[in-house]
Ligand binder design. Structure first.
Ligand code: MN3
Length: 211
């Protein structure tokens, strides 16, 4: 059984960018539903010890397990999304700051790329800062899709582009949401440890193990 992990901060800790009402529904209803569906779809199967990462990778690209993939990937993506945010405003430093400078020319340029990618993404999905081949890049994925099943890609940060992530607080202004999000909420400590993990130092973030 996979759990719905507690939020790593209070429900109102991300205001005003993300209200307690949005976060309450998003975590308590949307994320919970994905986790419960995964558990229902896996019930009775001999996968009790498989990590959620294993479940996502095994179901990726398998048309017969599309529903399992969608729900498992959405459960993982939301766990990583909660971890991607911090109530304390942070800034990248050290190796990661240098990599951002090298790839984008600085944090403001990364923001422009990230916001542009997310605002221009058609319909539902996710916008990621990711590492591949020792370099940083910004990518978006559709619906539940994520970098887990793409060999050599490590996610550093993610922001949810589904309307349920921002509509109560920002209505149709996805770009405004992304700009405010990028300024206030990224967990650059997580991004730095993911960047190190991509280079073989330490372990990348994982969803809580099944119980
Ligand atoms: Mn969501």
């Amino acid at each position: 059984m996979f759990i719905l992990p507690d939020l790593p901060y209070a429900a109102d800790a991300l205001e005003p960018v993300i209200s307690a009402r949005t976060l309450g529904y998003h975590h308590g209803r949307h994320h919970r539903a994905y986790v419960e569906t995964v558990n229902r779809l896996l019930a009775g199967r001999d996968v009790a010890s498989a990590s959620l990462e294993d479940v996502v990778r095994a179901a990726a690209g398998d048309a017969a397990r599309r529903n399992l993939f969608n729900n498992a990937a959405q459960a993982w993506n939301h766990g990583f999304f909660w971890a991607s945010m911090s109530p304390e405003r942070q800034a990248p430093s050290g190796d990661l700051a240098r990599a951002i400078e090298a790839a984008f020319g600085g944090l403001e340029a990364l923001k422009e790329t990230f916001v542009g990618e997310g605002a221009g993404h058609f319909a539902s999905g996710w916008v990621w800062l990711a590492a591949e081949g020792g370099a940083l890049k910004v990518v978006s994925t559709h619906d539940a899709d994520d970098p887990l099943s793409k060999p050599g890609v490590t996610p550093l940060l993610v922001c949810d582009l589904w309307e349920h992530a921002y509509y109560l607080d920002h209505q149709n202004d996805r770009k405004g949401f992304l700009e405010a999000w990028f300024d206030a909420l990224p967990n650059w400590s997580l991004a730095a440890s993911q960047w190190a993990a991509a280079a073989g130092e330490g372990k990348a973030w994982t969803y809580p193990s099944p119980t």
